[in-house]
Ligand binder design. Structure first.
Ligand code: NDP
Length: 258
């Protein structure tokens, strides 16, 4: 970061907007701020009250779109029910959309010619790559089809030549499909849905889930039973979560240098 500043006069800046009092969102925003501080990205936090109107929120986004010192804008989801998430995402300049949720960036990912990758799927791909796992030709199963995790995850695995199946709540036999996977990514939001008997011996299992139970945080994968069969598995916490933040930092630096 110091080199970027010294050589190009660029100091990456990230604006994080949070609306309301959701405790989990507050933790995520705090962790993002700490990561910025740790690596020398300037961060600005905009904590808005629960009763913020759509017009006020869009006006803030537009102000940040025009702010020179800000290169990345992130609006922490979910927003309170009265706000239109899609309209807010659409208002963020695609060049500052470090979450890669804007339709322009989603389209670019689809055709494989992108500036930013969505942080969580990008973090998963980085984990796969750094573990020396080759996706080419592998049976990849993604459980979950959300716009922010499941769908882009499937697309990134496809770009790396995986044979990809996407499961969701209407999938007829989840166990049977999961058992085929060489690489299984769970992004569901159902605590410990994926059990040991759903996983092929020697599979790579990546748990995106973050489910807050009264006494602990658990993933979408039942760790102990699945770890007995998997050749590699990510823990929760401490697996995909930190990678998501690392990719946000990467996207912010990229946005600053675009
Ligand atoms: P969504 O609720 O938006 O999507 C969940 C998906 O899971 C949907 O496609 C849904 O299917 C599917 N699903 C739900 N129940 C079942 C089931 N019983 N069997 C098969 N599929 C099912 O969640 P997100 O994608 O936003 O998040 C998923 C998980 O990942 C959550 O735990 C979230 O907290 C976590 N997360 C973690 C991040 C990180 O940094 N580690 C970042 C973002 C999310 P349908 O479409 O049919 O409804």
């Amino acid at each position: 970061m110091a080199k970027l500043k010294a050589e190009k006069g660029i100091e990456p800046g990230l604006a994080v907007i949070i609306v309301g009092e959701d405790p989990a969102s507050k933790i995520y925003v705090r962790n993002k701020k700490l990561a910025c501080e740790a690596i020398g990205i300037r961060s600005e936090e905009y904590a808005l009250p629960e009763n913020t109107t759509q017009e006020e929120l869009i006006a803030l986004v537009e102000e940040l779109n025009n702010k020179k010192e800000i290169h990345g804008i992130l609006c922490q989801l979910p927003l309170p029910k009265h706000l239109d998430e899609e309209a807010v995402i659409n208002a963020i300049s695609p060049k500052k959309d470090v979450d890669a949720f804007h339709p322009v960036n989603v389209g670019k990912i689809m055709i494989g010619n992108f500036d930013f990758l969505p942080c969580t799927p990008a973090g998963v791909m980085e984990l796969i790559k750094e573990s020396g796992i080759d996706v080419k030709g592998k049976e990849c199963v993604v459980v979950g089809r959300s716009n922010i995790v499941g769908k882009p995850m499937a697309m990134l695995l496809l770009h790396q030549h995986g044979t990809v199946t996407v499961c969701h709540s209407k999938t007829r036999d989840l166990k049977e499909v999961c058992q085929r996977a060489d690489i299984l990514v769970a992004a569901v939001g159902v605590p410990e849905l994926i059990k040991g008997d759903m996983v092929k011996e020697g599979a790579v299992v990546i748990d995106v889930g973050m489910n807050r139970l009264p006494d602990k945080l658990v993933g979408d994968v039942e760790f102990d039973s699945v770890a007995e069969r998997a050749c590699a598995i990510t823990p929760v916490p401490g697996g995909v979560g930190p990678m998501t933040i690392a990719m946000l930092m990467k996207n912010t630096v990229k946005a600053a240098t675009l």
